[in-house]
Design a protein around this ligand. Structure first.
Ligand SMILES: [Zn+2]
Length: 473
């Protein structure tokens, strides 16, 4: 039976592991195809999984009445937008839109100082860890502690020195991630224009990247701020609203040379498509495909209004797509067309984006539910065997890890020991069986079923801020 199969290993049960290694055994462990009993993870002192299987070793951590899954990955987040939760949900002037929400976001961005920004990042990252998210791709475009004066104003005031771009908020993100104990890929974001060929205005000036060269100089400085192996850097270009295609190409090429992933918002809004068609004669995804000969390092975020043909071409070119169902629903963006299951090949990921609600379990089920509502049918995101929950879990784990260039998202040798322990006695899971446990969790479980998480093998109980053992013996 597939659900009970486990990798084999030859060691004899009861053997003691070396003191520096940890052996974790839950009642049930996700093997990629199903849950199996008796599976152990050997975790090295480097925080990576050294071996998985029926190792026959004496566990140093026995997770009774718990199931073990790979830690989840939010591949797309703007942590500071956590500060907007509960705001902008009343509409006295009539229906709102992404664009009216963006005004509220700019208002927040205009008011925040570095301390307030870091507090919001810490809040968001701690909530992520409580939601079973062990790694985050922080799409970080809010760089400067002070707004940069517009060039016209500087020119009209002789003697006024140009305000330097201070990048004061960049290190705040890394500090907050370190305090929250979450793995982070800081997707340092290039943002040069305030719309296609338009200057930056108002709060946008705190997002400024003036050109690719200083962008990479700041990337080099940031590499000195990384606090150990849980922190890495990637590149992002905010969107083709915020940079022309030749600068996307320049950022992409240099990122590839450095072995970094690249992320880009693509076709979240119809107006973005209309503006792009009017200026360039192509839709944003078509412009991406015409600009980048291969897109294997690129993750396109949202793809809400991307045609099925363009999305298929993008995936065939090696790209991956990150969908953020709760944010897209909250903002009234629309629903992407993802009925292309045979082509996804693990290249779908999930993001908590605006962090209006932080729950990867909800993002997972709403990825499928959105498609059901769109297609008026069930099982839209199914694999070759007709299974949906496995596709959703893969998007929430290995798909996110791929998008971020991280060795995690699987319980496999060489991966980071980023783990989620599920409480099998959680009332919402009652009635589970090994063969239906994943579906019970993905379609019926809440975050309170998450007992503990580990990042690099370091455990933390749900809601806790201190490292602790996740098991009961
Ligand atoms: Zn975003």
């Amino acid at each position: 039976m597939r659900g009970r199969r486990a990798p084999e290993a030859s060691e004899t049960r009861g053997e003691r592991p070396p003191a520096s290694e940890r052996i974790v055994e839950a009642d049930w462990t996700w093997t990629g195809g199903g849950f199996a009993p008796g599976v152990q993870l050997r975790i090295g002192d480097d925080g990576r999984i050294a071996a998985v299987g029926r190792l026959g070793l004496e566990p140093t951590l026995r997770l009774r009445r718990q199931a073990l899954l790979p830690g989840m990955v939010s591949a797309h987040s703007h942590a500071f937008q956590r500060g907007l939760r509960g705001r902008g949900e009343r509409f006295p002037a009539g229906a709102g839109s992404f664009w009216s929400w963006r005004e509220a976001m700019y208002d927040l961005a205009g008011r925040l100082d570095a301390d307030g920004f870091e507090r919001l990042c810490l809040q968001a990252f701690r909530e992520m860890r409580s939601a079973g998210i062990t790694a985050v791709g922080e799409f970080h475009y809010f760089h400067h502690g002070q707004a940069r004066e517009p060039a016209s104003q500087r020119a009209s005031e002789p003697g006024t020195r140009e305000e330097p771009l201070d990048y004061a908020l960049d290190a705040c993100v890394l500090r907050a991630a370190s305090l929250a104990g979450i793995r982070i890929v800081l997707l340092n974001t290039y943002y040069r224009t305030g719309g296609i060929a338009l200057p930056l205005e108002g709060a946008q000036r705190r997002f400024a990247s003036p050109a690719p060269e200083p962008f990479w100089e700041q990337m080099d400085r940031l590499s000195g701020d990384l606090a150990g192996p849980d922190q890495t850097l990637g590149a992002a270009v905010h969107s083709l609203r915020a940079a022309p295609p030749e600068e996307l190409a320049a950022i992409y090429d240099e990122a590839r040379r450095r072995g970094m992933v690249v992320h880009l918002h693509v076709e979240e809004q119809r107006r973005e498509i209309a503006d792009c068609l009017a200026y360039y004669g192509r839709r944003p995804m078509q412009l991406v495909l015409a600009t980048l000969p291969a897109a294997d390092a690129l993750t396109a975020v949202h793809c809400t209004h991307t045609s099925r043909e363009d999305l298929e071409r993008f995936l065939d070119a090696g790209g991956s797509a990150c969908i953020c169902p709760l944010t897209e629903a909250n903002l009234g963006d629309g629903l992407p067309d993802l009925a292309i299951a045979e082509r996804q090949g693990g290249r779908l990921s999930l993001g908590t984006d605006s962090n209006a609600r932080i729950s990867l379990l909800e993002e997972m089920r709403w990825l499928e539910y959105g498609q059901r509502l769109r297609a008026e049918s069930r099982g839209v995101l199914r694999d070759g065997a007709g299974e949906v929950a496995r596709i959703l879990l893969r998007a929430a784990t290995a798909g996110g890890a791929r998008a971020l260039g991280l060795p995690c998202g699987e319980l496999a040798a060489g991966c980071w020991a980023d783990l989620v322990a599920i409480d099998l006695e959680n009332p919402a899971l009652a009635g589970w069986e090994p063969e239906t446990l994943l579906e019970t969790l993905v379609f019926g479980g809440g975050d309170d079923a998450i007992a503990a998480t580990a990042v690099g093998g370091e455990w933390r109980r749900r809601g806790g801020t201190e490292d602790t053992e996740g098991g009961d013996d």
